[in-house]
Design a protein around this ligand. Sequence first.
Ligand code: DQA
Length: 146
Amino acid sequence: MTTVLVLNGPNLQRLGTREPDIYGSETLDDVREALVAAAPDGVRIDLRQTDDEATLIGWLHEAADTGSAVILNPAAFTHYSYAVRDAAAIVVGAEVPVIEVHISNPQAREEFRHTSVLSGVVTGTIAGLGTNGYLLALAHLTRPPA
Ligand code: DQA
């Protein structure tokens, strides 16, 4: 059994009621259910959320140690957390993929959201496609070998 860690940063537990015009009406439980339904046989989805930077960093260290691929929505940490960036770099350095996902398109929003301090170290980024971004990231991570 392979595990895909789906790690979510601050305020994402409010998905569904938080600024639905920007983030839509699906909850994080809906996202979990959709990922579990889409996961190929043998792939376990482990979706987590935290408002705490240290906890998120610990989970990234766990991914580096266990080799679990990561779908990461760092939320506001995206824009300023060099510590989360360094932790993501440790995971990618261990040859474990990290896909950065944003539900909204930060480039089309306030200027402070235009910078991602993570994008330079992650495997790839998906933004602006709603919660479907998580499913697209899973499809990439679980694609059959070329
Ligand atoms: C977000 C975009 C971030 O700018 C914001 O702070 C979030 C969510 C997104 O999924 O669109 O909390 O990462």
